[in-house]
Design a protein around this ligand. Structure first.
Ligand SMILES: Cc1cc2nc3c(=O)[nH]c(=O)nc-3n(C[C@H](O)[C@H](O)[C@H](O)COP(=O)(O)OP(=O)(O)OC[C@H]3O[C@@H](n4cnc5c(N)ncnc54)[C@H](O)[C@@H]3O)c2cc1C
Length: 422
């Protein structure tokens, strides 16, 4: 017996979650079908909408650059309204854990490498570290946590021309762990305020940093200040240091990304979205230009999932929503057309941060976000696409990754939900 829903969203990242939430808002019965955990656990947890386009930027207004994006960019399909719809769904899902929704302007957030980047939504714990806030900054890194080199990050931020001083120090964490300990282990020690020589983890850390504090007005740590009790940890360190404490988004594995993933999945539960995870969609059956069944590989058997409408949100080359060999780029589940130069040498530019064609690989959507075949007609009447699997955006250069996922997810999910209820 096939499992039957109104809307089936294939994928488990920010695009899939947004599509499922958006479809659920229409009253449709929605299922999210995710293979593995999304790339959010590697991501910074920041939500970038648009920082740069056509050599211009950083934009203080993320909507300012939309018209200078290429005509096949997903933002040109969903428009400013689609972006607002995606941000509204995101804001509803995360509540006051994120900030930035009070304004249409980008914030400038310092990241672990010392880059200051334009972003539209950022975790509350990051807020005191914004480049728009005033006051000199002390950045604190930990011996053994090589991902965040505070003195180097401080030099980079200052070199970027910020209107305040930045200094970086490296201290030892009050409790020692194995050299391969994960960032979550540091966070748990702070959550539990574990006993250590000279006091507890929080008190000893505050004393160590307090001794180093000159007259800086705020102190930034890598994003590992607690997991379940993060607010309590930040409040205690702030009290003890006498200045606001903030987190600097870090690279993988990212606690801020993990927390965002948890929030999105909690929102799916609340919205009544059914979740099937752990197995990939691998094939489908279609008839009369419509997908009838999606086949999921559950190790020893293929399980059929049926839905009136399908949203493909399996990510780009990183999320495995796109596949490539030496000659071809493919969309592996539904076989949608992914245009790419025949000559592989044209897939990338010589410079590392150049204008790479591969960065824009993906399915080509029509104006209802349905992936199209080479001739421009939709492959299937009831298949839409969202997020990294959609081509046309160079999200790393534009600083638009999560924004594209939110906007296309919101629009694809809404259209799928509306269509299913007709
Ligand atoms: C290291 C890193 C840092 C980032 N930093 C930022 C940042 O600072 N700001 C920002 O805005 N964005 C950032 N992003 C991007 C953002 O987190 C998302 O990766 C991006 O928006 C794409 O999201 P997505 O949902 O389309 O795809 P993904 O997050 O890639 O998710 C794809 C999902 O689909 C599932 N899937 C794939 N194939 C199948 C299948 N056959 N069947 C079922 N499920 C399948 C995967 O298991 C996964 O759950 C970063 C990403 C990475 C990797």
């Amino acid at each position: 017996m096939a499992i039957t829903d109104d809307v089936l969203v294939v994928g488990g990242g920010i695009a899939a979650c947004t599509a499922a939430l958006s479809a659920a808002e229409t009253g449709a019965r929605v299922r999210l079908l995710a293979h593995k955990k999304s790339t959010l656990r590697q991501a910074s947890g920041l939500v970038d909408v648009l920082g740069y386009a056509s050599g211009e930027g950083p934009f203080s207004d993320p909507y300012a650059g939309i018209n200078s994006l290429p005509g096949d960019h997903p933002y040109r399909v969903v428009g400013e309204d689609g972006i607002c719809e995606g941000l509204r769904i995101f804001d509803d899902a995360v509540g006051d854990a994120y900030q930035g929704g009070h304004t249409d302007s980008n914030a400038l957030v310092a990241t672990h490498g010392g880059a200051v980047k334009p972003t539209a939504r950022y975790p509350k714990s990051v807020a005191p570290g914004l480049a728009s806030a005033t006051g000199d900054m002390l950045l604190v890194g930990f011996e053994g946590l090589t991902d965040f080199d505070a003195p180097v990050a401080a030099d980079h931020i200052e070199a970027g021309g910020v209107p305040f001083g930045v200094r970086g120090i490296t201290v030892s964490f009050p409790r020692s762990f194995r050299s391969d300990a994960k960032v979550t282990r540091f966070a748990k020690a702070l959550d539990r305020d574990e006993e250590v020589t000279g006091g507890t983890v929080r008190s000893v850390l505050a004393d160590t940093v307090g001794d180093e504090l000159d007259d800086e007005a705020r102190v930034g740590f890598p994003a590992m200040l607690g997991d379940d009790h993060d607010e309590e940890v930040r409040d205690e360190l702030t009290d003890r240091l006498g200045v606001p404490v903030f987190e600097v988004p870090t690279g993988p594995p990212s606690l801020l990304g993990l927390k965002l993933e948890d929030m999105l999945f909690d929102a799916l539960d609340e919205a009544g979205v059914r979740i099937s995870s752990g197995n990939p969609a691998v094939d489908f059956e279609a008839s009369d230009g419509r997908i009838e069944t999606v086949l999921v590989d559950q190790k020893s058997r293929m399980t059929p999932y049926q839905a009136d409408q399908i949203v493909l949100a399996t990510g780009g080359l990183v999320g495995k929503g796109l596949d490539s060999d030496r000659e071809h780029v493919t969309e592996p589940v539904f076989g949608c057309h992914v245009p790419h130069p025949a000559d592989r040498y044209e897939w990338s530019a010589p410079e590392a941060f150049g204008n790479h064609a591969f960065a824009r690989f993906g399915v080509v959507p029509d104006d209802e976000l349905r992936p199209t075949a080479e001739g421009g007609n939709p492959h299937f009447e009831n298949l839409r696409a969202a997020g990294g699997v959609v081509g046309g955006a160079d999200v790393a250069r534009e600083k638009s990754a999560s924004g594209v996922s939110l906007a296309t997810g919101a629009v694809a999910g809404r259209l799928a939900g509306e269509e299913a209820s007709q």
